[in-house]
Design a protein around this ligand. Structure first.
Ligand code: SAM
Length: 244
């Protein structure tokens, strides 16, 4: 199997298969370009345009679903991590719910734009630049870890490691979004690719595969939300650690 490029010592040969290359370029690197970062933010903030209507609506739904998920949590979230925080879409929602919030991302360019949303929020503790595959936090550093819009971009060979890493640093719960495949969503994504040429969710999985990830890592599913039924394959899962 191909080795992830980022983990390979520089002198070792690497098999750049399509999945590894696409993750390295289209997920890890892509958002470290200032023009992409500002395009991402404009997609859901500011003046409403027809071209970004879908991103705008999805972002509002994501904020609403995360807000609802956190409100329903018991015990209440206290120390939260937003990873990857991107351009700060969840700043207000998380700050309303947690006493302390930290934001992390691999892209400085995204975090620079997130400053406007995060700074000034009560409880905001700052930004940390890091890679989600190797988070610089001790075990159980947060009671709630939120990971929005990343897992659908992650190839299968890394997905479970990342879920495991997110679970490791949480003492209590993980709120994570996946792209889910159903027959309907497969057709929708194919049509979308034909019309726009774009692939919004390169790595969607079946619900049973997502459930296997959670079980394997010791997480129990307690709640879930369809972000925008029919128009998006994104599903938000609220998971709690199964204590031995
Ligand atoms: C689609 S954006 C989602 C951002 C935010 N959660 C949101 O919903 O707006 C994906 C984010 O993942 C970050 N990212 C990609 N690979 C990463 C990695 N290995 N470690 C940490 N962040 C990563 C990108 O920099 C980008 O900000």
């Amino acid at each position: 199997m191909a080795r992830a490029v980022s983990n390979a010592p520089i002198t070792e040969p690497v098999n750049y298969d399509d999945e590894v290359a696409s993750y390295e370029l289209a997920t890890k690197q892509k958002y470290q370009d200032p023009s992409i970062a500002s395009w991402y933010l404009k997609g859901y903030e500011g003046r409403l345009k027809l071209s970004s209507l879908a991103s705008y609506i999805i972002a509002r739904r994501e904020q609403r679903c995360i807000g609802k998920a956190l409100e329903r949590c018991s015990p209440r979230p206290s120390r939260l991590l937003d990873v990857p925080c991107g351009t700060g879409k969840l700043a207000q929602v998380l700050s309303q719910q947690g006493r302390e919030v930290l934001a992390a991302d691999i892209s400085m360019e995204m975090m620079v734009l997130a400053k406007t949303s995060y700074e000034g929020q009560p409880g905001f503790r700052g930004f940390i630049r890091c890679d989600v595959t190797k988070l610089p936090f001790a075990d159980e550093s947060f009671d709630t870890v939120v990971c929005l819009r990343l897992i659908h971009l992650i190839p299968p060979h890394l997905r479970r490691d990342i879920i495991n890493e997110l679970a490791r640093i949480s003492s209590y719960r993980l709120i994570v979004s996946y792209g889910l495949t159903t027959r309907f969503q497969r057709i929708r994504l194919k049509l979308r690719k034909m019309i726009t040429g774009g692939i919004s969710a390169p790595h969607p999985v079946r619900l049973d595969v997502a459930r296997q990830d959670f079980e394997e890592v010791g997480l129990a599913l307690t709640d879930s939300f369809s972000v925008l039924p029919l128009l998006s394959c994104e599903r938000l899962f609220v998971l709690e650690k199964v204590k031995a």
